[in-house]
Design a protein around this ligand. Structure first.
Ligand SMILES: [Zn+2]
Length: 289
């Protein structure tokens, strides 16, 4: 075993990563108006599908009030890394960890025919089960992918109908209708599919959205490791963040839709050899207690 050297190496990686993140943050603030996509062709590709606001806690908003319509602009991009410091008071009891030594990978905003099949193939290759937080309209548009997710032993999480970051500020009736519509779309693809988790878009939790989710039999699910893959940091940085921050019980936030996710897909192939060597990975259970 090389536990000692691994721990030492991990420490060094942490230091290097911290330095890199600091530089990237400073750089990001100066370049934030010119995002320069890695694959320019995907600018047009993105027009083919919905592009959602990232799943970032609204730390920049003192009152946590979500931005109507879901902004994807520099304000969110500038919050690099802030997700880990969201603080329990903004989560209204949403789970941040698995509650066991096992680690869970979660994939948000899909399904998407460009990336979800690649994620499924990679998970299959490493014999890993995960949890997919799907958007209702995407479930409706791609029932075959919902079926594939379930067929391969992964579990489902409701991620709202249209990735409405402001959903938590709406009436309880509106929230309930949104979540039920999403579950209906999932079950139109897979009747009787267990849907016992709910993740609020943007992590913009409110008391009403948590309450309604619980009333509908779904446990609110946040996360504890966030590589900000929605911000297209590239496969190497996504990999480094996940590998460095992963710990027993981690819930890792990744995205298989909502924009160019090839970086996430590529990172997953690098992440899984490391994680499967150090942790037991699980799909979040369909019978949470
Ligand atoms: Zn999302």
């Amino acid at each position: 075993m090389r536990v000692g050297s691994t721990a030492k190496a991990t420490g060094i990686v942490t230091l290097v990563l911290a330095a890199l993140l600091g530089s990237a943050y400073a750089l990001g603030r100066s370049l934030v108006l010119d995002p320069a996509p890695r694959h320019p062709t995907n600018v047009t590709t993105n027009a083919d599908g919905p592009h959602y606001a990232a799943d970032q806690p609204s730390d920049g908003d003192p009152d946590s009030s979500p931005r109507p319509g879901g902004s994807t602009g520099p304000a969110e991009a500038g919050q690099d890394g802030s997700g880990r410091d969201a603080g329990g008071d903004k989560l209204f009891g949403a789970h941040e960890t698995t509650g066991s030594p096992r680690l869970a990978l979660t994939f948000d905003d899909g399904p998407d025919p460009r990336y979800t099949p690649q994620v499924l193939a990679t998970l299959r290759e490493f014999d890993v089960r995960a949890t997919f937080c799907v958007v209702g309209e995407n479930a409706q548009n791609h029932p075959d992918l919902i079926q594939a997710i379930v067929d391969e032993g992964h579990t489902l999480c409701n991620h709202s109908w249209h990735h409405d970051v402001g959903l938590g500020a709406r009436s309880a009736d509106a929230i309930r209708a949104d979540l039920l519509r999403t579950n209906d779309a999932i079950r139109a693809a897979v009747p009787n599919a267990p849907i016992v988790w709910y993740r609020q878009p943007g992590g913009a939790w409110t008391y009403p959205v948590v309450s309604v989710a619980r009333q509908l039999g779904m446990t609110p699910l946040h996360w504890s490791v966030d590589p900000s893959d929605w911000d297209l940091p590239g496969a190497s940085k996504i990999t480094a963040t996940v590998v460095t921050q992963a710990a027993p019980g981690s819930v890792v936030l990744l995205h298989d839709a909502g924009g160019d996710r090839q970086g996430t897909v590529d990172a997953l192939r690098r992440i899984l050899p490391d994680l499967t060597a150090r942790f037991e990975l699980e799909a979040l259970p369909t019978d949470p207690t």
